[in-house]
Design a protein around this ligand. Structure first.
Ligand code: PLP
Length: 359
């Protein structure tokens, strides 16, 4: 059986280093916001080429905190509209709602699954104050076009980079990351981070994630408890040095899938520049998606659907259920994610290709 993602195997390679870290932390007896968090924040900021990194509890909180931080700074106000791709994991949209802002959904390009920049301007109103981009599946969104629109309309650009660790980003925007175990850089539990070049925002966020308090028991904001856990930071410090090489392994697998899969029933992803993709997911499309998924499973290949139901069709967002986003809906009906973890062997990749070509 080729697993979609073998987290046991990926993490057991680090077992000794993880155990050393656990011993170190147990010996020190310092469990919250200690040296490991500080080190990770410095390492990850450096890795991303950002001035600041703020470790937080998870990816959703990273997004909410960024938006709340901008509200506290006066860059955003309650009720402002935020442009966001209709085709995203629901966390992106939940974050906007939880920050008391208004999500305005925009269709993706079917080729890249990322926001269609040509549709953004028609959604801009006097209340539009920000664009929250997503680099879905690990592919850079069309940043040149989005940056131009943002500049023209004086909009804040924020990036949901939860699927895009290690991507060569464009511009110096504030970004949210998740280290959920299945991400390209995954912790052994929940974890997240924000990177930013904005000194004032960083200062606010360091406080906001920790009860709105910089000095213990003195609270300047109505804050959150969303700190990056010390143990998770330690595990991430162990894994971060391998992120680039893991992403290169993903790219090598993707190149083979792209070059060797040849089946008229299967639409491969459009990848314009391979270096602008970190292949968090390798997503194909086909008319009878469930049939293909069953066929692959019968042949010992596990796949996953990202995602089966678009945000605007979710029960939780029932007031949006009658809205129509045909490209988003089509993609949710037809997409299927192939295994693409950095530990896949050449033989496994060959096998997946062989079985796909026989379908
Ligand atoms: C995983 C993910 C999130 C949320 O991250 P969590 O750590 O699970 O809260 C947000 N946005 C996108 C696009 C994601 O893939």
């Amino acid at each position: 059986m080729i697993k979609f993602l073998d987290l046991q195997k990926i993490n057991s390679a680090y077992q000794e280093q993880f155990q050393e870290k656990m011993k170190l932390i147990l010996d020190k007896g310092w469990f919250i916001l200690g040296d490991e968090v500080k080190t990770f924040e410095a390492n990850f900021a450096n890795f991303c080429g950002a001035k600041h990194c703020i470790g937080v509890g998870n990816g959703l909180d990273a997004l909410v905190l960024i938006l709340k931080g901008y509200i506290l700074q006066g860059n955003l106000q309650k009720g402002d509209e935020v442009i966001v791709p209709a085709n995203t994991y629901i966390a992106t949209i939940l974050a906007i709602l939880q920050a008391d802002l208004v999500p305005v959904l925009v269709e993706p390009l079917i080729e890249t699954y990322n926001i269609n920049p040509n549709l953004i301007e028609s959604k801009i109103t006097t209340k539009t104050k920000a664009i929250l981009l997503v680099h879905l599946y690990g592919q850079l969104a069309d940043m040149d076009a989005v940056i131009e629109i943002g500049y023209k309309h004086n909009l804040l650009i924020i990036e949901d980079a939860a699927q895009a660790h290690g991507l060569k980003f464009k511009g110096s925007h504030t970004r949210a990351f998740s280290f959920y175990p299945g991400k390209n850089l995954g912790a052994l539990g929940d974890a997240g981070a924000i990177t930013t070049n904005d000194d004032a925002l960083a200062k606010t966020l360091f406080s906001l994630r920790n009860y709105g308090s910089e000095k213990k028991y003195y609270n300047e904001f109505i804050g959150f408890n969303s700190r990056l856990d010390e143990l998770q930071a330690a595990f991430l410090n162990v894994k971060l040095p391998n992120l680039d090489s893991d992403n290169n392994s993903r790219r090598a697998i993707a190149k083979r899938y792209l070059a060797e899969t040849n089946n008229s029933k299967i639409v491969l992803p459009t990848v314009k520049i391979i270096d602008n993709h970190v292949f968090h997911l390798f997503v194909i499309r086909t008319k009878n998606r469930n049939q293909l998924q069953d066929y692959l499973l019968q042949n010992g290949i596990e796949t996953v659907i990202h995602y089966p139901i678009p945000p605007h069709k979710q029960e939780a967002l029932s007031s949006w259920n009658s809205l129509s986003f045909p490209i988003t809906e089509k993609s949710h009906k037809e997409v299927l994610s192939l295994p693409i973890s950095p530990i896949m062997t050449d033989d496994e990749v060959s096998f997946v290709i062989e079985i796909l070509n026989k379908y």
